[in-house]
Ligand binder design. Sequence first.
Ligand SMILES: Nc1nc2c(ncn2[C@@H]2O[C@H](COP(=O)(O)OP(=O)(O)OP(=O)(O)O)[C@@H](O)[C@H]2O)c(=O)[nH]1
Ligand SMILES: [Mg+2]
Length: 318
Amino acid sequence: MNGSRELKKILFCGLESGGKTSILLLLDKKFSLLPTVKPTIKVKRTFYTNSLLGTSIVRWDLGGQKNYRKIYLGDKSKYFTEMQSIFYVIDIQAPEKFEESLIFLKDIKSIISDSHPDNFQFLILLHKYDPDIKENENIKNQVNYLENEISPIIQDVRFSIFKTSIYDEPSLLKAFSDGVFYATHKSKMFESLLKDYMGKTYNSSTLLLDQNCFIIASRTTNKDYQKICEAIAPRLTQALEKLEEWDINTIDIVTNVEFPEKQSKFQKEGIIFLRKLDIGDTRLYLVALCLNKKVKIKSYEYLPLLANNLKNLLESFD
Ligand SMILES: Nc1nc2c(ncn2[C@@H]2O[C@H](COP(=O)(O)OP(=O)(O)OP(=O)(O)O)[C@@H](O)[C@H]2O)c(=O)[nH]1
Ligand SMILES: [Mg+2]
């Protein structure tokens, strides 16, 4: 169906010790292996399948040591063809390696310039952006420096820059979801259901997540609202799953919030909620941000319709 069953190739590149293998372990929830991670010898291929979107990918984790980098650049037809996206990982805590890392990025960019598939994208991960150093002035300067240097290198290809850390799981879930599901046929179909739901409820941001908290689809009226939802969604699902461990059937998690309003001393009262949607054997989560009580009521009122539309869509995939 629309090529959605094909095996897509995704590359993880960057210098040695940047954190590529750790990122993959975290995405696979292999937490216990994180402390024992070793430098990758040449290339390690692993598979990931998302049954909801019918997406199967093979992830090439390219060990970043200098001698390996030479091999990859020397055999571009083996390594740098037919990939859907490249995750390029830069260790934000190692400024002494920035120049070398930018050179490797340039080398890769020049290789792929004339031969990449439609919808190809670069995902640049400014990695090891750990929660405890975010406010550090040096780190802020380093992020600015890299953002300024990277854009001109890859400007004629679709790209996004993320700040990620293995200690901030949502940051990696977001980057991976963007790299893997962007513009897929099925993801667009889910998005059109969210669009319809938002049109009826007037809520400001909605996300649809799969059981593992990968973002399957999203719609928003405002980028910041989307970022807020993305940052808290995995934490809300964790709370819900914890309650389920006690056999407490938890339908939703609701947070009442007051949004600051620009040019006014009043706050907008709103809610962000996470709703569990079990459709047959498939677990989905909806996160929605509503800016007032009316919208909240409507968002709940239209949930059965949304669930029904999702059910019909999932059945149409079978
Ligand atoms: N502080 C911090 N350390 C990290 C993070 N991610 C990975 N690391 C550490 O960075 C080191 C290198 O991680 P790897 O995952 O082996 O790096 P790699 O990019 O796969 O390295 P090569 O396989 O040699 O290319 C390990 O000690 C990890 O624990 C992060 O987000 N924050
Ligand atoms: Mg590795």
